[in-house]
Write a protein that binds this ligand. Sequence first.
Ligand code: AMP
Length: 611
Amino acid sequence: MEFRRLAEAFEGIEATSKRLELTERVLALLKTFPDSLVDKAVWMMQGKIYPDYVGVELGVAEKLTIRAIARTYGAKEEEVVALLKKSGDLGVAAEEVAKRRRQRTMGQAALNLAGVYATFERIARASGAGSQDQKIGGLSELLAAASPLEARYIVRLATGKLRLGVADQTVVDALGILLSDGKVGSVTELDEGDRKSRDEAKAVVQRAADVTSDLGTVARTALSAGLAGLKRLKLKLGVPLRPMLAERAETLEEAMARMPGAAFVEYKYDGLRMQAHLGKSTEIFSRRLEQLTSQFPDVVKALEKAFPGRQVIVEGEVVAIDPKTGRMRHFQELSQRRGRKYGLGDATLGETDERDVIKEIPVRLHLFDLLWHEGEDYTTRPLKERRGLLEKLLKPNEGVALGDLRRLTDTKDVEEYFQAVTLTGAEGIMIKNPDSEYEAGGRGFNWIKFKADYDAKLADTFDLVAIGAYWGQGRRGGWYGGLLLASFNDAEGTFESLCRLATGFDDATLAALEERFAPFVAKAKPKGVESTLEPDVWLQPKVVLEVQGAELTLSPNHRCAWGALKDDAGLSVRFPRFTGRWRDDKKPEQATTSKEVAKMFQARRKRQGLA
Ligand code: AMP
């Protein structure tokens, strides 16, 4: 099969922006190639030669490609560079040079797809001494036999710059059509039977894509073995599946209403998602299913220790750890490890450096799911069973631990957990349905994320006075992680506790909190401060800051407007968030008064029809 056919298909796709037409063109491409080549055609259409998880990319440097073009066509590099500057596209530059210099020599064999692919494989895998020459040589070979149009796409593919804009979904749609009615056209034009069979076919294709993360293989299987073949595609060790994603809920009540009574409520770690495959060798994939294995040799070791002699696929979130305290550090620390992938080719990042980074930024993986075990797919089993097996198999060590989980039924308990973990620096919680399957590639309400910053429903802001501070834990270790805030009772001249504040601080602010409050630290509860809660550190009521809250509630824990609305209850702000504004322009006595808070509470109730 000639490579020309692929280049022409690409040209057609490139000229199309309408979704339906695009699907049509992709469908035509799928029909053009035999099943033995269609996987390669699909990968190349998406600008690569392997599925992402393999982690081998073409990406020949622009400089080398320019050299290859110049050498092939007997042109000066300056000429190629000038053309590149004009069009901004090295593929177009190559096409132009090819047109100017010569057409393919008469009698020379046309490029075939299998041959082009094999050369690309060679180029991608060339490494070490002499690899530059191999890459230039391989590219020259291809260009010498290419038509100008073919040269355009060969160069774009080689440099990793082919962007035809064919989304995965378009390929899935086209395959669904191919395996059902075969007609492209808007769904409304189809009769009901056709529509149903098309939807069913698409669902099968989608599932196959989610399980294999590889549309090339899905296309090949679809062509060679049809829907039945796709249904037989199974989760496999070494082949990542698309991760399950979470929906968000506006309120905890809403989240819990979607649960079957009890829920798994988990700590939401702020790190990097990892899908780990342990078998003969261990491989780790990112949320985007890219290879992480070589960046985290320490996690590989820890995992192998945690599951000795086992074959499993597990999932979790890796976080950076402070080597001195063992506490979690900020996500940014972890990105320094991540950066290494992009640091390749940087002379300062050698072997020794890598070892240092592992020591400097140790990490811990918190596992929350198990997807496959000893040949058996667990994704269709309920979460509680998956978690149960994970807890049974895992031998925790320094580098691998179980993610924190509570089995809760009462929204109040969920809220308490949420408050407790966000106060120590968590970005939120995950609420999961214990009876749910693992929906690879799906986003649904079986996993609900609830983050501290969602609630902005209270448009009103409060200017509150800090009366205490809490030491942070986790990634806020060593810093103040939260504050106890009060409103001002202007009748009594006292400061009445209203809420604990832990969110809305950026890192710079957090790091500077202790210093900011140092002049106001008190040995005991200062006079004029009303609070039943005991913060770690008492503060003189001097500093005013602006806070936004989600809701006002009656609370037995806070003293604001105590007894005014209900016996033995005060008022509290739920989900308070620092807006970033220090109200240094305000004296503490100018803070929001307890009376105002009580008024707001009553107005709100009225609006909700509760009073
Ligand atoms: P978000 O990135 O905000 O959409 O939140 C979902 C992400 O949270 C997941 O993709 C994971 O990387 C991360 N995460 C942290 N802790 C958990 C957990 N216990 N369960 C599931 N995902 C978690």
